[in-house]
Write a protein that binds this ligand. Structure first.
Ligand SMILES: O=C(O)CCC(=O)N[C@@H](CCC(=O)O)C(=O)O
Ligand SMILES: [Zn+2]
Length: 332
């Protein structure tokens, strides 16, 4: 059943609640929430959360997870780490939409009491993550939330490092470089995304990973994601993933979050502007009936995730600057 879990969930059919695997077993914890339990846990194993489909139109990570599940079921992968697998927003995936009512990836905050399907789903997923990490107290925690971006990008595969009090382990940069990521974007403030939730509340090594551009099922380049698959495979097997010099990564830091404050909001550059496109000092980037104009200051800024059509009160773009390789990842 494991390899059919995604299809059955999306078809709104209830998969078997429990079953055996060649090297362990699985347990269904709710719609789109599955735990893998190894029969023999490896010494290096982390408690891993892998989530996909938090945005319903971002299909490459769902297909990537499907490949991983088939290999686990066939026994070509030896399950060695406790792993929680999450299909974030099944109704949105069925509809092929980013979200149905509101952006699920802004709702992962304890005490969030909004009404509606997506706020309810966020509460369910937060509770599932809390319970999983509690069951594996004492283990190192990890959460990779896999996405794809709406636009082209100067760096097609990049990590967003949520802001939190906890430091990112130097090994993460080496693993992400070997997994084919090209850039890392450090968040300067709390953002209430799913990866931020695991880092902020649980001290997990957690990232949002952007793995190319949004495309419908069947139109993704999974070959470009083979190195990423190798990283996920090492994690679920509980072995040390391959590493590479973090110099291969370009590091950026968010300088400013451009918010949409009013109905009358516009961005002054083309809709298809690629992520990490740089704008010179003085460039007019946005106009908002409430907040006024936003211009680049004395130093150039690059734009990431621009979207003038977000809900009022939501983030319309991140404005970023190159930053040095983090100290902790420099090898003596
Ligand atoms: O391409 C876009 O505009 C959005 C892609 C996407 O869904 N990105 C995530 C990033 C989450 C983070 O900031 O960690 C999102 O917007 O939720
Ligand atoms: Zn996304």
């Amino acid at each position: 059943m494991l390899s059919q879990w995604i299809d059955l969930t999306l078809a709104e059919r209830v998969p078997e609640a429990e079953g055996r695997l060649p090297f362990g077993r699985y347990r269904l914890l709710g719609p789109g929430i599955l735990e893998l339990i190894p029969s023999e846990r490896q010494a290096q194993a982390r408690a891993c959360v892998i989530s996909v489909g938090v945005h319903g139109n971002e299909t490459a990570p769902i297909e990537l997870l499907g490949e991983l599940l088939s290999r686990l079921e066939a026994g070509s992968l030896r399950l060695g780490a406790p792993t929680l697998l999450i299909l974030g927003n099944p109704p949105a995936i069925r509809a092929g939409e980013r979200f149905l009512d509101t952006n699920l990836n802004r709702l992962f905050q304890r005490g969030q009491d909004r009404h509606g399907d997506e706020p309810e789903r966020a509460r369910t997923l937060m509770a599932a993550v809390d319970a999983f990490y509690a069951r594996h107290a004492g283990s190192q925690r990890l959460h990779y939330d896999l996405h794809t971006a709406i636009r082209d990008s100067r760096f097609p595969r990049f990590a967003v490092e949520p802001h939190a009090e906890h430091h990112t382990g130097a090994e993460q940069w080496r693993w992400l470089a070997a997994a084919g990521l090209q850039a890392v974007l450090h968040q300067h403030q709390h953002s209430w995304t799913f990866s931020h939730y695991s880092k902020h509340y649980h001290g997990a090594q957690a990232f949002t990973l952007e793995l190319g551009k949004v495309a419908p099922f069947g139109h993704n380049d999974l070959v470009a994601l083979r190195p990423m698959r190798a990283l996920l495979e090492a994690l679920v097997e509980g072995r040390e993933p391959p590493g590479q010099d973090p110099d291969a990564l370009a590091f950026f830091r968010v300088e400013h979050e451009l918010m949409r404050h009013s109905r009358d909001f516009s961005l002054h550059f083309a809709d298809d502007t690629a992520n990490f496109t740089e704008f010179a000092p003085g460039s007019l980037l946005a106009s908002d009936a409430e907040a006024g104009d936003f211009r680049v200051g004395d130093t150039p800024l690059a734009v990431v995730f621009p979207n003038a059509k977000v809900e009022i009160g939501a983030r319309a773009a991140l404005l970023v600057r190159p930053s040095p390789v983090p100290e902790a990842s420099i090898q003596p």
